[in-house]
Design a protein around this ligand. Sequence first.
Ligand code: VGL
Ligand code: ZN
Length: 206
Amino acid sequence: MTEIKTAPRALRRIGLMDKAWPGARDALLVVDVQKDFLPGGALAVAHGDEVVAPLNAAIQAFERAGRPVYASRDWHPANHCSFKARGGPWPPHCVAGTRGAEFADGLALPPATVVISKADSADTDAYSAFGGNDLAAQLKRKGVRRVVIGGLTTDYCVVNTVLDARAAGFDVLVLAHAIRAVDVRPGDGARALEAMRKAGAWLEAA
Ligand code: VGL
Ligand code: ZN
């Protein structure tokens, strides 16, 4: 018996993965690429700015293929429960309407991008782009089968979004070169990758 295991890297090398996205039933979901998560921001992620270029390449490919692009954003009120002043783990970040909540300069979102604002009420947090909205139903109505995901942060909003997408029945391709971790505890990013893989997500290496 011959078992053939083809890793994403190998698929990419032989050209299959490139052809594979964007597929006719794919949507792109850009997670929380906001100024506060970039170097210099209120909740800066090391090398967070490096996701912009690979995401722009994906955005352009989806746009050219006429496939939909979604972008989530953390959109907190100033008294959000995840902030330290309220006993939460984080410094104030991504307060709705402030500069820090803006999408990264240089992130080339198409005009038709569907923006998903999340965690926008004081007393609930939502790490997942699928949290507290009907995104899954919206995607299904459009016939989307697979969600291609990249952005920030690997160990919070990306992993929770990926797990929710899997739970909702979508195939998931994570653009692993276009995500970065907070790594509050060393290894959190690596553990998040493992959790995504275990949940059946495909991870595309650079
Ligand atoms: C996030 C920490 C706090 C994220 C949001 O977008 O991953 N991380 N709020
Ligand atoms: Zn947040």
